[in-house]
Design a protein around this ligand. Structure first.
Ligand SMILES: *Cc1c(COP(=O)(O)O)cnc(C)c1O
Length: 400
């Protein structure tokens, strides 16, 4: 039930009227014992489902050993996760922090310092894209291509330019002698699941190489198996200079990572960047167990096939509804676009036991645990169809 007593939290969140107290795999329970199919996975964080056993055990083992020292000492478990991430990606080096915004902040700093201190030029501009989302710190909200996150925060830091997504000419026109890096999401999650076109990404990578511009891929939402491969960039046949990770990397413990190519080593020389909690033992243990589970259980392949199943079934079941404009996705990051705002539909879905999130105002995001079953996908689509059916029957959908 909604807790109506006075809250001492800043009211930064528009909260759903639900209190969830327990989770297992793709199921959540509220404080009255009602169960829900969880198709938001803590915002693409709980990719392995809720409370995955092997991750839990690994965290418990670390809990008994050591919680925190400081990055001024060697931390073997940090080296272990960094080595693992380098082995499974095209990157050579890792910097650990605590969130997606911090990982992107590190990427922006690393890109600028690479140009200014390693190459000795004074490039600092970062090109990002309209409708992108990169975080809420001052630099990352400036990088974000949506006005709503910038409201009331002037003055913004200098040196960020937005180009049009999937429009290579717009990128060309945005490049200046000061351009240091181009940063993008390969699937824009937050603004409504917009996929980058393969040709655009190929040309973008080529352009970066020709112009000596660093390519930063923000995989905070798309990484860790979400799109049907460990990282979405693999499916585009490119090798970014920098990759940022967070959300799914530690299955729910706070973590962020900026991974980069060897040539960036001296950009982050000793003393140039730091984080007190970054790379702390508990999230490192969770990260190691998460990657191990992903690889051992072939979770990415699973996500790929479940994604294809969900996408085709959604298309088939929803094409009859005139308010459904499009269904699109990559792996288990799926968006259903409507011709009208989705907030009332989402409210109905929650009441009917299906937890989903909006992406922008007109899109419902489907992003369950990567262990989701065909049966759970069928159930979720059944609930969605019923809600849309009810709506169609109700006086032309005047009131949901
Ligand atoms: C969620 C998200 C972020 C921000 O991550 P936080 O951990 O909330 O700081 C950045 N980029 C993308 C693509 C995201 O989806």
């Amino acid at each position: 039930m909604v807790n109506l007593k006075k809250s001492y939290l800043f009211p930064t969140y528009n909260k759903f009227p639900l209190t969830l107290v327990r989770g297992h795999r793709t199921t959540l329970w509220d404080d009255e014992g009602k169960s829900y199919l969880d198709f938001m996975a803590g915002l693409a964080v709980c990719n392995l489902g809720h409370v995955p056993e092997r991750v839990k055990t690994r965290i418990q083992e670390q809990m008994d050993q050591l919680w925190h020292v400081s990055n001024l000492f060697h931390i073997p478990i940090q080296e272990e996760l960094a080595e693992k991430l380098v082995t499974i990606s095209c990157a050579d080096l890792v910097f650990f922090c605590n969130s997606g915004a911090e990982a992107n902040e590190a990427a922006i700093k690393c890109a600028r310092r690479y140009h200014q201190r390693v190459l000795g030029n004074n490039r600092y501009e970062i090109i990002t894209f309209e409708q992108s989302f990169h975080g809420r710190t001052m630099a990352t909200l400036t990088a974000t291509g949506q006005e709503k996150v910038k409201d009331g925060y002037l003055p913004l830091p200098e040196g960020f330019v937005h180009a049009r997504f999937n429009d290579i000419e717009s990128v060309r026109n945005s490049i200046t002698p000061k351009t240091a890096a181009i940063m993008l999401e390969l699937v824009q999650g937050e603004s409504g699941v917009h996929l980058a076109e393969p040709k655009f990404v190929f040309e973008l990578a080529k352009l970066c190489e020709e112009e000596g511009i660093l390519l930063i891929v923000d995989e905070v939402q798309t990484g860790i198996g979400r799109t049907g491969s460990l990282f979405a960039y693999e499916q585009y046949g490119i090798e970014p200079d920098i990759i940022t990770l967070a959300k799914g990397l530690a299955s729910g413990l706070p973590i962020g990572a900026m991974m980069g190519k060897e040539k960036l080593r001296e950009a982050f020389s000793a003393g140039s960047h730091a984080s007190t909690f970054g790379g702390s033992p508990l999230p490192m243990a969770a990260g190691l167990a998460t990657i191990q589970m992903l690889v051992e259980d072939e979770v990415c392949e699973r996500a790929k096939y479940m994604g294809i199943y969900a996408l085709s079934k959604l298309k088939k079941n929803l094409e009859a509804y005139s308010i459904v404009r499009a269904v699109r996705g990559l792996g288990l990051l799926i968006g259903i676009e409507f011709t009208e705002p989705v907030a009332p539909i989402i409210q109905k879905l929650h009441q009917n036991g299906l937890l989903v999130l909006p992406g922008g105002t007109h899109v419902i995001r489907f992003m369950p645990s990567l262990y989701v079953t065909c049966d759970e996908i069928d159930q979720a689509i059944g609930i969605l169809s019923n809600v849309l059916e009810e709506r169609d029957g109700s006086a032309d959908g005047a009131a949901l």
